[in-house]
Design a protein around this ligand. Structure first.
Ligand SMILES: [Zn+2]
Length: 426
């Protein structure tokens, strides 16, 4: 809130035509006189002066790019992927619909492609499942929704496409895979998902898989590999080659540290809270935050803050906009303003912070940060600039590795028995 009076600026800027003067006297002056205090919401140059107005103004230029929204899972869980059974132009029971997307200046997001990981997949993860089929169904429902609401959504698989979509007023729609368990132990499946548009993958979800150990949720799960398996190391290299961002949300600390040690490309944590605020294994600890950056022995990356109150705090009822702003500032304290972003987890969480109830509310977080002195440029980094830099970095590495002659990895998970050459050949 500014104490600067509106009237002098307004007078300077308003063209003194009779009509404008009429507006000034009939609308503006009475507003100014309410309560006898002059609250200023708009300067004469059209730039709002109150924090929320200013946040909305800035977000028009640099809209939010959210690292993790479970809209496809919402479609699956509530409607069996029947997209004719709900209308995104009307209020949904979830946290996301088109009017609220527009109100919140959401300019792009990762549609989370997710199916549950299963503990009964067997010790070596070889028990048959329908996970690959179900993953394809989640990619399909995402495409169907993007097509159905093509006035709003535009599919995007490159950083350039994200920027073009935003410039055209569309909501850039990227796909992120939430867990290596969805690959059916196969790098060929990863490559195929990449062709379908997948641009990040969390190496695990909440259970271990053939590639890596998971963080579990509140407590760790029993280690299977001590971090990455040998095949998991090959997975990271193949993701680097393809240009699929290595996402360290959900993975165990050892998995994260080992992946950071071998990745050639920047990384992301698409939806993570800080363990500093709530000591649970799913949250990112300080020693991993210390590895994110552009200094020596660091990897460029973006830590996108999860809004789920039960992750943010052991007392979820206390989580509000200010609390999430504290988390954002904590990530900044540990990594710098070039390594923070937003990964709300909307439509994938049962509760939301007070004041950040759905996608229409992002501006309230930005308003809180404006109150704390964040500049327009810094806010644009948080909104999406940092993510785009990481994405571009990943694309550059992919191009370079391919130029250097890296070919698709033909490695097969060593425990598979089904994909063996005929003995002796033909
Ligand atoms: Zn998740």
């Amino acid at each position: 809130m500014s104490s600067q009076p509106l009237l002098p600026n307004a007078r300077n800027d308003l063209n003194p035509t009779p009509r404008r003067s009429l507006i000034l006297t009939t609308i503006l002056i009475p507003i100014l006189l309410i309560g006898g205090i002059i609250f200023v919401s708009i300067k004469g140059d059209g730039i709002p002066k109150d924090d929320l107005g200013l946040a909305k103004y800035y977000l028009k230029g640099s809209p939010v790019i959210d690292g993790h929204i479970d809209l496809p899972e919402f479609a699956r869980a509530f409607y069996g992927n029947n997209i004719s059974a709900f209308d995104l132009n009307k209020p949904t029971a979830g946290h996301v619909d088109i009017p609220r997307i527009r109100e919140g200046s959401l300019g792009a997001f990762f549609w989370s492609i997710f199916v549950e990981c299963r503990d009964d997949n067997g010790k070596d993860f070889l028990n048959p499942t329908f996970q690959v089929r179900d993953t394809l169904e989640q990619i399909d429902v995402s495409y169907n929704l993007i097509e159905k609401y093509s006035d709003t959504f535009a599919f995007a698989s490159t950083s350039d496409e994200v920027e073009i979509a935003i410039k055209e007023g569309k909501v850039a729609s990227m796909f992120g895979l939430e867990g290596g368990h969805m690959l059916g132990n196969s790098l060929a499946v990863l490559r195929t998902f990449h062709k379908l548009g997948v641009r990040y993958m969390t190496l695990t979800h909440s259970c271990n898989n053939a590639f890596a150990d998971s963080a579990g949720i509140f407590e760790g799960v029993e280690e299977r590999w001590g971090g990455l398996s040998k095949f998991g190391r090959s997975l990271v290299a193949e993701m680097n080659r393809l240009g699929v961002i290595v996402d360290l949300s959900h993975v165990s600390d050892k998995t994260a540290l080992q992946a950071l040690a071998i990745t050639r490309a920047p990384v992301m944590l698409s939806h993570s809270a800080a363990r500093h605020f709530n000591n649970m294994t799913r949250n990112v600890p300080d020693n991993i935050l210390a590895k994110i950056g552009r200094g020596k022995h660091q990897v460029d990356g973006v830590v996108m803050v999860n809004f789920f109150p039960s992750f943010a705090s052991a007392h979820p009822e206390e989580v509000d906009v200010k609390y999430i702003a504290d988390e954002v500032e904590y990530i900044v304290e540990k990594t710098g303003k070039h390594h923070v972003g937003i990964g709300s987890d909307y439509d994938g969480i049962e509760s939301t912070p007070k004041g950040l109830e759905d996608v229409s509310k992002y501006p309230y977080l930005f308003a809180e940060l404006i109150k704390r002195g964040w500049t327009e440029h810094e806010l644009s980094l948080l909104a999406g600039g940092n993510f785009l830099r990481v994405f571009r970095g990943v694309e550059d590495v992919s191009r370079k590795l391919k130029k250097d002659g890296w070919k698709p990895s033909l490695e097969i998970y060593e425990k598979r028995k089904d994909l063996k050459p005929i003995e002796g050949g033909f």
